[in-house]
Design a protein around this ligand. Structure first.
Ligand SMILES: [Zn+2]
Length: 132
């Protein structure tokens, strides 16, 4: 019984990405070779995070696809959802200012001393995910 509930939940994110398209105007179903219908889908990632996606749906087999732009949007929603989880490990660093830039220090025990750069994924104007 429990497994069934899990499957229903997963069905919400059962979408395939269009291979060559960022924001496609139309898409065709791989299986049926029919033009897919443009539609939008309000997807609930969690109680706090919901995302509206432009999707394409096959009128015959009901297969759904999204373009890369929408895939990014979904990706972002998943990241934000993770950040909102209450027991996520976070830490604060003090910002210093050199006249042009704000600088913060990454503790060496985290970076293990071998990293030369960090990757910053902006989420909002004042929020970002930092990866090293
Ligand atoms: Zn189809």
């Amino acid at each position: 019984m429990e497994e069934k509930i899990e499957l229903e939940k997963l069905e919400d994110v059962d979408v395939t990405f269009g291979e060559h398209a960022f924001a496609p105007e139309s898409m065709f179903c791989d299986k049926c070779d029919l033009e897919m219908k443009k539609t939008s889908k309000y997807m609930t990632v969690s109680e706090d995070v919901k995302v509206n996606l432009d999707t394409f749906k096959c009128p015959k087999c009901k297969e759904e696809m999204i373009g890369l732009d929408e895939a990014r949007k979904l990706d972002r929603a998943l990241v934000i959802n993770r950040l909102l989880q209450k027991n996520l490990f976070t830490f604060k660093r003090r910002l210093s200012f050199d006249g042009d830039n704000y600088i913060f220090r990454l503790p060496s025990e985290l970076a293990k001393g071998k990293h030369k750069e960090v990757e910053i994924l902006p989420l909002e104007s004042n929020e970002a995910l930092i990866r090293w």
